[in-house]
Structure formats: structure tokens, C-alpha cells
Design a binder for this molecule. Structure first.
Ligand SMILES: [Zn+2]
Length: 355
């Protein structure tokens, strides 16, 4: 009798549990779906205004077909995620991912991702404390996850977007050093970020990444937000070579983190990555690739990816469909078995991402 009951319990779909115990939301700022799915753009990589040393850049990222180009630019996305995970947003195949907020720039986008609520009141990138409760704050308030949520970003506005003081989620962003009992690597990274001759307005992404990785090693967070920024920075400067290298480095860092997780018992086969961007950039008028915001057409167009033990291996989704940026928060919580609610009208979970 007992055996029969046990069999029933184990086989009941109502009791089916997700394998995911850790969720990482990873973003790179203002990286276009056009490069995600098409690799380097011929009208920009062979344009002397945007790519002065075309030969060297093309040597690294150019190929005849879009399939080869995107694999050169983003090898982890196209060799691993496209085989084991999911990629959405290739509008050339009719698959769409949209931003719902009307502004198409950073703070409104990160708020939409993290709070699930496209807030009309958030209409600037100013350092104002976010009134909306993010999914990071929501999860940090769950007894089982308290103190196991963290955020690392290159952009120094994240402590406000995540409302670090209210949420209790530690946020390391801008050129913030790591304090307390620092490891040898953290000490070196602290030195690097204060000493390198950077012309960027924030720290470089590789420093953000390695500080985040050290944090993961030391503190084994269950929920992690990690945000890169150089793709946006260099695009605004009109530097297509740097934009491509930043995207390629972003891909390498995501690959490194994934491989690290797959070699740790705490994370192996129990970790889901949700990866996306906060807004698109111009495309119709080729000069507008440097910019975004309401005045630039189509910057509501983004992409999204996921990989993990509960995500069916659909690869590049080429069927007609529509996802929205406001669905990430609810989906991230769902992977961990929680129904995200912050009192606002938040986007629905993405059903196809979870078995
Ligand atoms: Zn942005």
C-alpha cells in the first residue's frame, strides 16, 4: 500500500517540482537583436565612420552567412544556448520580444525587467530610489532565500533601481570596491578598477564580471542579477568595433559563469540563466544604431534567452510569437517555485521556458 501511494505522489504532475534552485538574470545594455541573430552588420563593419580598422575587425567577426557571423560573435549563445536552451526575438522569422514601457532606455527597461511592471512614472535615468518592489527584493524576503540574493552591475544606477537600502539586496555597481574580508583576487580587482586608465564613464565589464564571480564562489547566492554595460557605452560613442568586442566579451563571461556553475555541486543542473537586454537601438536609418529612446524607431525591439534544467531545448525559436520584457520577473520567481506579486500589474510567466 505504501509503495502505491509513493508511486502516485512521485508521478503526480501536480506535485512536479522544478529542478531549478538558483536563478541568474544576466543582461547586457542596449545590445541589438540584429547582431544577436545576424552577427556583425555589413553596413556598419565596412563603414569607415563606425569601424575605422575594418580589416582587423572583419577578420575576427565577418563571414558570408548570418549563421556563421553570429557564431563568431557569440559562440556560447550559438553553440550552447541554441542547442540546450532557448533564444527569442529573431524578427526576421516573425518571433518577437518587446519592451512595454514607452521610453526605450535604461532605467525604465531595468525596472520593467526586475519589477515586472512597465512604470510610466519612471521616465529618466536619474538616481532616484525605485518605488516598485523588484523580484530580487521579493525573493530576498522569502525565508528560504533571505541573504542569498545579490546584484552586480557596471552601471552605477543599480543601487537605486534595486533600492538597495529598502530591499536589503547587496548591490555592487559603478566603481564600488569590495570591502571586508577580501580575497586576493578581490584585492587585485579593487586595485585594477581604481588604477586602469579608463575613458568609460563606469568601470569596465570584465571587472564587474570577475567581482561577481568571486562573490558567487564565496557566498553561493541562489538569486543573482548581473549586468554588463559596454555594449551600450561604445554604441553611443559610434564605435562599432568596440561594440562587437564588448558583445563577444559578454558572451565569454556568460560562458565562463555557466561552465563554473556546471562544475559546482551547489549549481550543477540546478541553475537557470535568463539573459536579455534592456532596450534595442536604431536600425532603419543606419546612423541611428548608435542611439535609442522614443525618437529612434524600433528601439522597443529586444531579445531574450534562457538555459537551465527546466527549460526545454527549443533552441532558436523561429515560430511566430510575442514575448514581453515585463514577463521576466514572474518567470524568474516561478523557476524557484514562487508566485511573484508586488501589488502592481506584472507580466505573466513565460510558459514555454518552464517544462
Ligand atoms: Zn540601456
Amino acid at each position: 500500500m505504501k509503495k502505491i501511494i509513493l508511486f502516485f505522489l512521485l508521478s503526480s504532475p501536480l506535485l512536479a517540482q522544478n529542478k531549478t534552485e538558483n536563478v541568474f538574470i544576466i543582461m547586457t545594455d542596449g545590445f541589438r537583436w540584429q547582431e544577436m541573430f545576424g552577427g556583425a552588420d555589413s553596413s556598419l563593419i565596412f563603414n569607415k565612420e563606425f569601424t575605422p580598422d575594418s580589416a582587423r575587425t572583419a577578420g575576427k567577426f565577418w563571414a558570408k552567412t548570418a549563421g556563421e557571423r553570429r557564431e563568431k560573435l557569440l559562440p556560447f549563445f550559438w553553440n550552447t544556448i541554441a542547442k540546450q536552451g532557448q533564444l527569442y526575438g529573431n524578427r526576421w522569422t516573425g518571433n518577437k520580444v518587446n519592451v512595454l514601457n514607452p521610453y526605450w532606455f535604461s532605467y525604465p527597461g531595468y525596472n520593467e525587467v526586475l519589477s515586472g511592471y512597465p512604470d510610466d512614472k519612471i521616465n529618466s535615468n536619474d538616481k532616484t530610489q525605485n518605488e516598485n518592489i523588484t523580484v530580487l527584493e521579493f525573493l530576498n524576503n522569502q525565508p528560504k532565500l533571505k541573504g542569498k540574493v545579490a546584484a552586480f552591475g557596471t552601471w552605477d544606477v543599480f543601487p537605486y533601481i534595486i533600492n538597495e537600502n529598502r530591499s536589503g539586496v547587496p548591490v555592487n555597481a559603478g566603481v564600488e570596491t569590495v570591502r571586508g574580508n577580501v580575497s586576493e583576487k578581490e584585492a587585485l580587482l579593487n586595485d585594477i578598477q581604481s588604477q586602469y586608465p579608463s575613458l568609460a564613464s563606469d568601470r569596465l565589464d570584465f571587472v564587474t564580471y570577475h567581482l561577481a564571480k568571486e562573490y558567487v564562489k564565496k557566498n553561493t547566492p541562489k538569486v543573482m542579477f548581473l549586468s554588463f554595460d559596454e555594449t551600450d557605452e561604445y554604441a553611443h560613442e559610434g564605435k562599432y568595433r568596440e561594440y562587437l568586442f564588448a558583445a563577444n566579451n559578454f558572451d565569454k563571461n556568460v560562458a565562463d559563469l555557466w561552465n563554473y556553475c556546471q562544475n559546482q555541486p551547489q549549481y550543477k543542473d540546478k541553475t537557470t540563466f535568463i539573459i536579455l537586454t534592456d532596450h534595442g537601438r536604431g536600425d532603419k536609418n543606419k546612423k541611428q544604431w548608435t542611439s535609442h529612446g522614443q525618437r529612434v524607431p524600433d528601439c522597443y525591439q529586444i531579445w531574450m534567452a534562457a538555459i537551465g534544467p527546466d527549460t526545454p531545448a527549443l533552441g532558436e525559436v523561429k515560430t511566430e510569437g510575442q514575448l514581453f520584457q515585463n514577463q521576466v520577473a514572474k518567470t524568474a520567481a516561478k523557476f524557484l517555485g514562487y508566485e511573484f506579486d508586488n501589488g502592481k500589474e506584472v507580466g505573466k510567466e513565460i510558459k514555454t521556458m518552464l517544462k
